[in-house]
Design a protein around this ligand. Structure first.
Ligand code: AP5
Length: 222
């Protein structure tokens, strides 16, 4: 029988490297990347009322209200591609109520990856981050610079990527993180996110290898 698609969550402070690692994970494991922040930014770009409301909260580093976020994430996870290939959920849940809302729809992760990064490193990563609006790729002026002049010229910065705003986002993160962690203790894998991008990925890859191996053993024994 075809193995069940993987269900993975990735969590960590602002700029801990979630998006960067998700690019590498999806490349290797072909999961559907569902990023709560990206869904919200797309909603803002659409000019909808929900988008406008979301932006007000994001500007101050607060969580966007559940009535906007929960349905958005749930609907994306229920799309046929997520159901068939498996999903990699990034930046959700950020509170126990968000987790409960997902559980009601039967969504529980096989693995909960937590990126741990020191605070002074986070601020530097936020301030140097740039995005390519054409490919969606994440860059950093110092740690992951654009490959060509042409790409460099079109890079943009996120509206919440200032030192002042990241401090507000960090405060919100600290306030909420423990409640979420306690819900997934049995499937949590902590990663040292202070090291280079490839080294962070090597740790995550090891967790995937173990998970896939244990699933194979279970299916052989059945
Ligand atoms: P969201 O978009 O999820 O932002 P975030 O959690 O603050 O995380 P980031 O996207 O800033 O960082 P990242 O961890 O993906 O890091 P990246 O890989 O880019 O959320 C934004 C807002 O939306 C929230 O504040 C909230 O208002 C709202 N929101 C989102 N989800 C919500 C929810 N569930 N409920 C309610 N509201 C919600 O890396 C950062 C930089 O560092 C890059 O430049 C990268 O190149 C560089 N870098 C990465 N790894 C390394 C490394 N190992 N070494 C050196 N540089 C590195």
């Amino acid at each position: 029988a075809k193995p069940e698609p993987l269900k993975i969550m990735i969590s960590g402070a602002p700029a801990s490297g979630k998006g960067t690692q998700c690019e590498l994970i999806t490349k290797k494991y072909d999961l559907v990347h569902v990023a709560a922040g990206d869904l919200l930014r797309a909603e803002i770009a659409s000019g909808s009322e929900n988008g406008n409301r979301a932006k007000e909260h994001m500007e101050t580093g607060q969580l966007v209200p559940n009535e906007i976020v929960v349905m958005m994430v749930k609907d994306r996870l229920l799309q046929p591609d997520s159901q068939e290939k498996g999903w990699l959920l990034d930046g959700y849940p950020r509170s126990s109520s968000q987790s409960t809302a997902l559980e009601k729809f039967g969504f529980r992760p096989d693995l909960f990856i937590l990126l741990e990064v020191d605070e002074e490193i986070l601020v530097e990563r936020v301030v140097g981050r740039r995005l390519d609006p054409v490919t969606g790729k994440i860059y950093h002026l110092k740690y992951s610079p654009p490959e060509t002049e042409e790409i460099a010229a079109r890079l943009t910065q996120r509206f919440d990527d200032t030192e002042e705003k990241v401090k507000l986002r960090l405060r919100t993160h600290h306030h909420n993180v423990e409640a979420v962690l306690s819900l997934y203790e049995d499937v949590t894998f902590k990663v040292n996110g202070n090291v280079e991008i490839e080294e962070v990925f090597a740790q995550i890859d090891e967790a995937f290898t173990k998970l896939l191996k244990s699933r194979e053993e279970v299916s052989l024994a059945a």
